[in-house]
Design a binder for this molecule. Structure first.
Ligand SMILES: CC(=O)N[C@H]1[C@@H](OP(=O)(O)OP(=O)(O)OC[C@H]2O[C@@H](n3ccc(=O)[nH]c3=O)[C@H](O)[C@@H]2O)O[C@H](CO)[C@@H](O)[C@@H]1O[C@H](C)C(=O)N[C@@H](C)C(=O)N[C@H](CCC(=O)O)C(=O)O
Ligand SMILES: Nc1ncnc2c1ncn2[C@@H]1O[C@H](COP(=O)(O)OP(=O)(O)OP(=O)(O)O)[C@@H](O)[C@H]1O
Ligand SMILES: N[C@H](CCC[C@H](N)C(=O)O)C(=O)O
Ligand SMILES: [Mg+2]
Length: 487
């Protein structure tokens, strides 16, 4: 049991109905999970309003209700705390409940449209190799030093974040790297966390289904930097036109990285091939096993962060050259017939363009590049024709297919994608709704030395159709199909 007063520390309270001198069991923001003596936090969501479930939470035993408006009828013996913003209150209470775990380790947040998982995961790898105990909160997984948990979100809700940070404290973790999504910032999931640093990667067209305009999306990202403490660092990509905007009002110490302009951490690509990158980072040359110019940016951000966190430069460079690619991020295999199959999580126009340009840059012969791609259902519809255009333009052959149609009609999604294809590229495209058939067809079409790119799902291990998830793994499927075809 925890004292309610301790949980409410630093929460901006407008009004209280009832007694606050009491012990409570735990905090819940979903009425369905409430148990005896819990605190229920009513949140106005995008689908429903938690305030409609206050009565249900009280019936299940909630002793305290945190809300933005006290209900007309209150139950005696229950304490109602009215706050300005229940999402903020939840984040602060979550931190209090778990004894402010973010303050007991060095927490670094990575935000931006692309590169968050890659940077956070590689920083985890690098600090592990440097001998530290490390934590990771990412789209792919949550790791408490060496124990791996499933991730449900890129940035989980504030109770989940603080729960895992507390686990990290218990395990003696010194550094934690986490992805900070725009949804996470907007829903205050990261509020009240004591960040040691923040990294900005880049900003492009994404999530405009949730954030109404690009400006709103950009402004939400900026609030992450606005709220960093003075002692923290803010490391931004100066080549991105929004890099300097992000740190306009931050109190944190400002640092920049860039490939194209002068910055604190400067990079130059000396060589780029399917084997990796030869980079010049400030005045040092280093080989990395990661492929593609966008990874040069990711490596620069990692290099800068390691320096800002106090690692020795030479040790950092040595560890950088040892980093392994992240699952579903430019993950590749080369078949017996020397067909290269690449699985990548590129599910935005910018990421897809980057991946295709990268492949086009580093391919040497007259290989055919066959791309298999789709767009998710119940997500931003504007990106569909843009991705269709990019895929068809930058590949020799493109097969449009399904990528988690969710509740939408998969054929309609494919039609939306096809609309973006230029007339001269149309003959290069095919549409096959079933993703497995699409991958199989790509394998049949591929000859010796050709390259197959399967984009959009990366590490995902399912396909979601009509709300139902069935096992699906791009990498395993392409591997099997190439084998079955004796290629
Ligand atoms: C659109 C969105 O972000 N939704 C998130 C939000 O849920 P919501 O606003 O829809 O909640 P709601 O269903 O309207 O319910 C409102 C409140 O009533 C409560 N409720 C509801 C029903 C009930 O019977 N009783 C009850 O108490 C709910 O628990 C909630 O507190 O708050 C929930 C709790 O934190 C999140 O799980 C949920 O994420 C959904 C599942 C989701 O898919 N989110 C994605 C879009 C997301 O967050 N993605 C980003 C990364 C994107 C990227 O960069 O690629 C991420 O960080 O993962
Ligand atoms: N720095 C970068 N700039 C542009 N594209 C990148 C960069 N890093 C990775 N990518 C591309 O974007 C895709 C997504 O990368 P990653 O998973 O690291 O990003 P993310 O920000 O975590 O994305 P999400 O918001 O979907 O979790 C990769 O598969 C790769 O193709
Ligand atoms: N975090 C992103 C991932 C999209 C990945 C793509 N495979 C899809 O399902 O649309 C989202 O949920 O919008
Ligand atoms: Mg991610």
């Amino acid at each position: 049991m925890t004292e309610l007063k301790d949980i409410l520390y630093k929460v901006a309270i407008n009004a209280v109905v009832g007694n606050t001198a009491m012990s409570v069991n735990k905090i819940e923001f979903d009425s369905r999970k409430v148990e005896q003596d819990d605190v229920f936090v009513a949140i106005r969501g995008s689908v429903s309003d938690g305030h409609d479930f206050i009565e249900k939470a009280v019936d299940l035993g909630a002793l305290v209700v945190i809300c933005e408006q006290v209900p007309d009828i209150v139950v005696s013996g229950v304490t109602y705390v009215e706050v300005e913003d229940t999402q903020s209150a939840l984040a602060i209470m979550a931190s209090n409940y778990y004894d402010s775990p973010s303050g007991n380790l060095k927490l670094v947040g990575v935000t931006g449209t692309n590169g968050k998982t890659t940077i956070a995961t590689l920083l985890y790898q690098l600090f592990k190799k440097a001998g530290f105990k490390v934590g990771l909160l990412s789209t792919v997984k949550i790791v408490v030093d060496t124990t791996v948990y499933n991730a449900t979100h890129t940035t989980p809700d504030s109770l989940t974040i603080n729960y895992y940070l507390k686990e990290m404290n218990n395990a003696g973790v010194e550094y934690c790297f986490m992805e900070v999504s725009s949804h996470g910032i907007h829903q205050k999931r990261t509020e009240g966390l004591d960040f040691a640093g923040g990294i900005f990667t880049n900003l492009s067209h994404d999530h405009l289904d949730y954030h109404n305009t690009f400006k709103e999306y950009r402004d939400v990202k900026k609030t992450f930097f606005d709220e960093l403490p003075t002692k923290a660092f803010a490391l931004v990509n100066k080549d991105d036109k929004n890099g300097s905007f992000m740190i306009q009002n931050t109190k944190a110490k400002q640092h920049t990285y860039a490939l194209k302009s002068y910055a604190d951490y400067r990079g130059q690509i000396l060589e780029s091939s399917l084997e990796g990158l030869l980079l010049k980072l400030n005045d040092h040359e280093v080989w990395a096993k990661l492929i593609g110019s966008f990874n040069a940016y990711n490596l620069l951000a990692i290099f800068g962060t390691a320096e800002l966190l106090g690692l020795e430069t030479l040790e950092t460079l040595q560890l950088l050259s040892d980093l392994q690619s992240v699952s579903g991020r430019f993950q590749y295999l080369i078949s017996d017939e020397k067909i290269t199959a690449i699985v990548d999580y590129a599910h935005t126009p910018d990421a897809l363009k980057n991946v295709l340009e990268t492949i086009n840059d580093i391919r040497t012969n007259n290989e055919t590049l066959i791309t298999v791609v789709g767009c998710g259902g119940d997500r931003d519809k504007m990106k569909r024709p843009v991705m269709g255009n990019i895929a068809a333009r930058l590949s020799n052959k493109t097969i449009f297919t399904s990528d988690n149609p969710r509740t939408e009609n998969p054929d309609q999604i494919i039609e939306d994608i096809e609309k973006g294809v230029e007339p001269q590229d149309y003959k290069k495209t095919l549409s096959i709704t079933d993703r497995k058939q699409a991958i199989k067809t790509a394998c049949q079409l591929a000859n010796k030395d050709d390259i197959i790119l399967i984009a959009g799902k990366g590490h995902e291990t399912y396909q979601e159709i009509n709300g139902e998830r069935t096992d699906f793994n791009d990498f395993e499927i392409v591997k099997q199909e190439l084998k079955k075809l004796n290629k």
